[in-house]
Design a protein around this ligand. Sequence first.
Ligand code: SF4
Ligand code: SF4
Length: 281
Amino acid sequence: MATKIRVTAIQRLCVNDGPGVRTVVFLKGCYLQCPWCCNPEAIHYDKDEYFDKGKCKYPEKNLICKNCELHEGQSSQDLCPFGAFEKTYKDYTDDEIYALLMRDENLYKDGGGVTFSGGEPLLQAKALLPLLIRLNNNGIHITFETTLYAPTEHYLLVKDYVDYWLVDLKFQFGFIVNHDYTIGTQFFENNLRDLQSLGKCVVYRMVVMEEMLNHSQSIIKCLREHNIDVIELLNYHGLAQSKYKELGIVFTNFNALNASRKALFVETLKMAGVKSVMLQL
Ligand code: SF4
Ligand code: SF4
């Protein structure tokens, strides 16, 4: 039986995730745990559910709800009789996703396509492969929005079917987060080296925030070492705060760059020979 593809959301009519108008498939599972992640529901492959406090009828322990995980019991989303827990994902077959994606076939013919995002889409490379082959055979443009932090065998499996790469750089990570991501870094290095040799379209992006500005020179050094001289910047926002609350995950607030600090960072990059543009998403 084909492996299911685990998806947190499928969004249509997106315009910031590759060329043209696109349908974006958000895959569940990611190596990293960026504290600024705006899709925290996509980090853990196996867990996480939203909890809607308003639907919970028995916050105090009682006979009906004695097994609820809120009262240290074992049962959770499927057993709440009032639907207070909601799964953060759905498992699809490739046939099911293909049918959903083909609703927008006309838009794909006009320069759009399908983007696989996440989470980290490369982590589900094996499950995605039949779908990628099918889309590719039908001439549908495929973008991967990825960190490249995934085993190289996964990257190699899909690379021939991906037309356009949006690489979400994590050079700021090591400077502002106390989290061991060494193993992923080696994968990133291997995957990026190969990707840069393919001659395909690669767009580099990075989330920026006030906390990383003290490390500008170190980040520039990383960009240089990886032969990256054009980059799109995304200013941090804390809009996902409510999702963290519903998921019961601690939210870390960073500071977005104000106009003058944005200009300073862009100028610092420019002086170092890196062309950058601040995206308004
Ligand atoms: S089972 Fe549902 S209603 Fe009962 S305590 Fe749990 S979340 Fe609340
Ligand atoms: S790499 Fe992306 S999906 Fe993964 S935790 Fe970081 S921001 Fe979230």
